[in-house]
Design a protein around this ligand. Structure first.
Ligand SMILES: [Fe+2]
Length: 315
């Protein structure tokens, strides 16, 4: 249950003006095509598009295959060479989960939990989109996420940001289980007095409530900085601000793809090469995960869901 205290706490963290802006956008735009962010028109918010996809899969006999593929989790291992990384963090393993949309899973998220249990990681980051729909109740999603968060415990902790499917009222569900949500904020990880910074922005795609300057306020200029952003759409600004590694999702890699994983739709205002996997822009490296879940329709085709382990290397 959301109480007045929740809004008071959020207002004291991000400011009354920023909170009012996000709440207003949530009320007015959450289920519409028109957002405030970088994504232009948001066809992904239309129920009719989901219905059309469901009918299309049914007519082509692909429903069962695509539902099976939606639970066919792939573990992607990525090595990331960083010159600014303090050597104490050399070999750090980061589990990156994104676009979980946990209340959409046909098995309630059981297989995802089982898959996570098989992984070894030192730090976990969650880059948004925990809810299946972009509107409506979020308590089912919060309760299911709480169960998943229990298996994400690791030495350096789990940190989250919000995506375009998330309401800011979801924040207490995370934080009562010990997972801080970075709302245009950063956290300093310390190993033996040496620091690695993880900054996180609020959703840049639909709500347009990201504030990278605020997220980096207080981070030393020569620091090694990882940025958590829901979508890749902040790539130019992030490179200009000296981000070393940009972790994101949102695109689902296309979710329903042509053979060889070629997306039909990516829902991202960025170059197509940034819509899945490792990429670079200027001096910055980045990675866009295909995500663990689905939105619109619980189906994947030629685009299996992904859990990513990033291993940082000092070079
Ligand atoms: Fe998503």
């Amino acid at each position: 249950m959301i109480t007045q205290d929740v809004f008071s706490d959020l207002a004291s963290r991000i400011g009354e003006e920023a909170l009012a802006k996000r709440l207003k956008l949530q009320v007015e735009y959450a289920a519409t095509m028109f957002g405030n962010g970088r994504g232009g028109l948001h066809f992904e918010n239309l129920d009719s598009l989901s219905t059309a996809a469901r009918i299309g899969l049914s007519l082509t006999g692909l429903t069962s295959k695509c539902e099976r593929e939606s639970l066919n989790f792939q573990i992607e291992h990525v090595n990331v060479d960083l010159t600014t990384l303090p050597h104490q963090f050399d070999g750090l393993r980061i589990l990156h989960l994104t676009d979980i949309h946990i209340d959409g899973f046909v098995d309630g998220g059981k297989k995802l939990q089982e898959t996570v249990r098989t992984l070894k990681f030192d730090l976990c980051v969650l880059t948004g989109d925990y809810r299946f729909l972009t509107y409506g109740p979020y308590d089912t999603c919060g309760n299911k996420m709480a169960a998943l968060l229990e298996v994400l415990q690791c030495e350096l902790g789990t940190y989250a940001i919000l995506g375009n499917h998330d309401f800011i009222e979801e924040v207490p569900f995370f934080e009562k289980t010990g997972v801080p949500v970075l709302l245009n904020d950063f956290v300093e990880l310390d190993l033996g007095g040496h620091k690695l910074y993880v900054a996180g922005v609020d959703d840049p795609h639909f709500y347009g409530v990201d504030d990278l300057d605020k997220a980096l306020d207080g981070v030393p200029n020569d620091a090694c900085v990882l940025l958590l952003a829901h979508s890749p759409e902040m790539y130019k600004e992030a490179d200009e601000k000296g981000i070393d590694y940009y972790l994101c999702g949102h695109t689902h890699g296309g979710q329903i793809c042509l053979p060889r994983g070629i997306p039909v739709i990516t829902h991202g205002a960025c170059p197509r090469y940034m819509c899945s996997g490792a990429w670079s822009y200027g001096a910055m490296q980045g990675y866009t995960s295909r995500g663990a879940g689905c939105s619109g329709v619980q189906a994947r085709l030629n685009c299996p869901p992904e859990l990513t382990i990033h291993t940082l290397r000092k070079v």
